[in-house]
Ligand binder design. Structure first.
Ligand SMILES: C[S@@+](CC[C@H](N)C(=O)[O-])C[C@H]1O[C@@H](n2cnc3c(N)ncnc32)[C@H](O)[C@@H]1O
Length: 218
């Protein structure tokens, strides 16, 4: 079983409890990040990658975007579709985004790209570049640290605290990056904004708002 299959099996198992991470503090932080993303978009079409149970897709639509969302966990997708029956939710792997023919003004990739290996992450950023319209914006967040490994129990500082540790355990694959290392991945994007995110304990995490540059101008 590869890292993605194992990770998605876990998401299928924890899907109905995943809401425990949606604390008021965590949602306020992410909604601020989404408003920042929305303010930078050159248009209204948005691709929501690794959408989970669709909370961000729904919020982005309230801001006025037209969202297409995807995830590889059927458990997560069924929750997303139940909460937003007219929304567009696709069953798709982050490693196969070249199957999407449409292009978008923005891609919102929250809390999902760290489930890819580092070579997969590099390819995914290249595919996202092709999926973005000129001047399009990519939001992503990643965990700071080193290496790649499975985590069985959410770490200290994970949103949802004790409830997350109790209900969201199970094998999930993570890749960790240093800030310096990341610059080398952002080829053909310009970093418009970045900030440390809410996770203050452990290694923490970082958010990035990247703008698509024409090839060779990043
Ligand atoms: C930490 S959850 C975040 C969900 C949502 N973005 C949020 O912020 O609430 C990670 C999501 O990424 C999805 N995911 C993990 N690996 C994936 C892959 N290879 N392709 C598509 N989705 C994937 C999982 O199924 C899960 O829904």
């Amino acid at each position: 079983m590869d890292h993605a299959t194992r990770t998605i099996e876990t998401y299928d198992q924890i899907a109905t409890d995943y809401h425990v991470i949606a604390t008021p503090e965590h949602r306020a932080w992410l909604e601020d990040s989404m408003r920042e993303f929305y303010s930078r978009l050159p248009g209204k079409s948005v691709l929501v990658a690794g959408c989970g149970e669709g909370r961000d897709s729904r919020y982005l639509q309230t801001l006025g975007t037209h969202a297409t969302s995807f995830d590889l966990s059927e458990g997560m997708l069924s929750l997303a579709r139940a909460s937003d029956p007219v929304g567009k939710y696709l069953h798709l792997d982050l490693r196969h985004t070249q199957k999407i023919e449409q292009t978008f003004d923005g891609i919102w990739a929250c809390a999902c790209l760290y489930h890819l290996t580092k070579p997969e992450f590099r390819i995914c950023l290249q595919d996202f570049h092709r999926r973005l319209n000129p001047g399009g914006v990519l939001f992503l967040n990643l965990k700071l640290g080193a290496g790649e490994h499975f985590i069985e129990i959410p770490r200290d500082g994970y949103p949802g605290g004790a409830a997350a540790k109790e209900k969201l355990s199970g094998s999930r694959f993570y890749a960790f990056y240093t800030r310096n290392e990341l610059s080398e991945y952002f080829v053909n994007y310009s970093v418009e904004m970045e900030r440390r995110d809410l996770l203050k304990e452990g290694d923490g995490a970082m958010e990035f708002w990247l703008r698509k540059c024409l090839k060779g101008t990043s």
